[in-house]
Each structure stands twice: as structure tokens, then as C-alpha cells.
Design a protein around this ligand. Structure first.
Ligand SMILES: [Cu+2]
Length: 178
């Protein structure tokens, strides 16, 4: 606060960083950490748009653990916890992977399984993810409305073996697709 001009400039840069990506997107999703109580810290945004190559997901995220993370569209627009054997499951209420064709299989973004199987998010060493991922099978992003985006704690091998749903385990971040 000793340098009001510097503070104002900093706020202006922050505002720009937050608003510019939203202008280019057809759908903007605000991601939050999924907790046992519901949702916690904001982790940035994901801008969804259409392209000739499929739906694009442009990530502007921070506060994630470095490395690969499973990334999917989940069925329900609900980031709340569920309860299993007395334990709260963060973002459990988002349900399973979006699967309008009822394939029942997890095969990744280029497979024939869940439509909601997206490319893996690769988080940098500083905990940020700034990248655009393309889901070639999602031709019309309208099908994504009213569902949720989930980033898992672990990676995704685009298979149901040895673990169902790519093996990413728990849900780290969640955001509602408007
Ligand atoms: Cu998932």
C-alpha cells in the first residue's frame, strides 16, 4: 500500500488476466478446489470454445500439483460432496463421466467410450496449467451445458484397467459448466 500507483497497476493487470480469456470463450467455467465441505479456493478458469477440430478447453489455472491429471466432463452440475461409508467424497455429487451414448467405457478423448473423456492436463512445476486441449469427438459444445468439469488428483491412462475411469482417483478441482 506504500505505492498506490503500483497497487493500481497490479490490480489492473490482475483484472485483465482474469477477463481477457472469458471474452474469447463460448462457455467459461470457474474452477474451485473440491473439499469435503463443498468447494474451496478458486483455481482459475477454463474457457470452452468450438473449433473445426472439436471442442477446445483453454486452461488458466494455478494451485494444482505438478504432473499429469485426469480431466473429464462429469454428468452433474454439482460440485458438492457425497457420503460413502461415513466418509465425505469431495465433488462426488458430480457423478460419473458424461456418457450420453451409454457406452460404459473409459477410453480417453479419441476412443469410443465416454464423450466426457478429455485429454490429460499437464501441470507445470509451479502449479500452473496454461494450455489448450482439444476433444475431437465433441462437435457441439452445447452438449456440455449443465454438466461439470473435474480435474482429478492423479493421471489418466485412458482405460478402465487396472483402475476404472483412467485411475485418476479422487477429485481435486470442480467447476460448473453454465
Ligand atoms: Cu473424472
Amino acid at each position: 500500500m506504500k505505492h498506490p500507483i503500483g497497487t493500481a497497476l497490479c490490480l489492473a493487470i490482475m483484472a485483465t488476466a482474469f477477463t481477457v480469456p472469458t471474452l474469447a470463450a463460448d462457455l467459461t467455467v470457474i474452477m474451485h478446489r473440491a473439499t469435503q465441505e463443498g468447494t474451496g479456493d478458486a483455481l482459475g478458469i477454463i474457457a470452452i470454445a468450438s473449433s473445426d477440430a472439436g471442442a477446445t478447453f483453454t486452461l488458466h489455472l494455478h494451485g494444482l500439483a505438478p504432473g499429469p491429471h485426469g480431466f473429464h466432463v462429469h454428468e452433474n452440475a454439482n460440485c458438492g460432496p457425497t457420503y460413502l461409508n461415513g466418509v465425505r467424497i469431495p465433488a462426488g455429487a458430480a457423478g460419473g463421466h458424461l456418457d450420453p451414448d451409454e457406452t460404459g467405457t473409459h477410453e480417453g478423448p479419441t476412443g469410443q467410450g465416454h464423450l466426457g473423456d478429455l485429454p490429460v492436463v499437464d501441470v507445470a512445476a509451479d502449479g500452473t496449467a496454461s494450455q489448450t486441449l482439444t476433444a475431437p469427438r465433441i462437435k457441439d459444445i452445447k452438449v456440455l451445458k449443465g454438466h461439470a468439469l473435474i480435474i482429478h488428483i492423479g493421471g489418466d491412462n485412458y482405460s478402465d484397467t487396472p483402475s476404472l475411469g483412467g485411475g485418476g482417483g479422487g477429485r481435486f478441482a470442480c467447476g460448473l459448466i453454465p
